[in-house]
Design a protein around this ligand. Structure first.
Ligand SMILES: [Fe+2]
Length: 185
């Protein structure tokens, strides 16, 4: 399996001297550590764990193009667009499988076309859903961490995550419960 030098890619898009880099690297490292812990628990193979490490570290790279002053991102696009931009960046880097995760890690296992339309989310009208176990693990792990500088280091407890997921809708609530049973038991 070809190994991706993910720090080379991160450093190409986000300056290591910037405040955004501090947020980015802390957040993706914590998400990746949790995802790898789950992968180990599930007995995934070395290639799968390596892929989770790379894709976990790159999953939010699209934040570089959004406007979100609280995480020091000074791009033009609304925050939600980090998933589309992340996908584009990673596809341009020749990483179509990592790019899928940039897009489908959002919410719980991504979003359906119907949810995007129903909730009037400013995104293209198509399904963006996790399919592989690696994608599902990263989407799950991401739910436990905020990029808010005041809370960035603290893993949310299960009560907090459940409350957040409940707000997303019934599909998300049901899927999260399935994942919790699968990943944590
Ligand atoms: Fe994230």
């Amino acid at each position: 399996m070809h190994k991706v030098d993910y720090f080379k890619i991160i450093n190409k898009y986000i300056s290591p001297y910037s405040a955004a880099y501090n947020i980015y690297v802390v957040h993706v490292s914590l998400v990746t550590a949790k995802a790898i812990k789950i992968a180990r628990h599930l007995g995934l193979n070395a290639d799968q764990k390596r892929f989770i490490e790379e894709a976990g570290m790159l999953h939010d790279i699209g934040i570089v193009h959004v406007k979100a002053s609280e995480i020091f991102c000074n791009g033009e696009m609304p925050y939600i667009y980090h998933i589309i931009e992340g996908r584009k960046i990673l596809e341009a880097e020749g990483l179509p499988l990592h790019a899928r995760i940039a897009e489908n890690h959002i919410g719980v296992g991504g979003m359906t076309r119907e949810e995007i339309i129903r909730d009037k989310i400013p995104l293209p009208h198509r399904d963006m859903l996790c399919e592989t176990i690696e994608e599902k693990i990263i989407s799950y792990a991401d739910l436990f961490y905020s990029k808010n500088p005041r809370r960035i280091f603290v893993e949310k407890n299960i009560k907090q995550v459940r409350a957040k997921v409940k707000g997303y809708g019934k599909r998300q609530e049901k899927l999260f419960k399935e994942w919790y049973d699968l990943f944590e038991e």
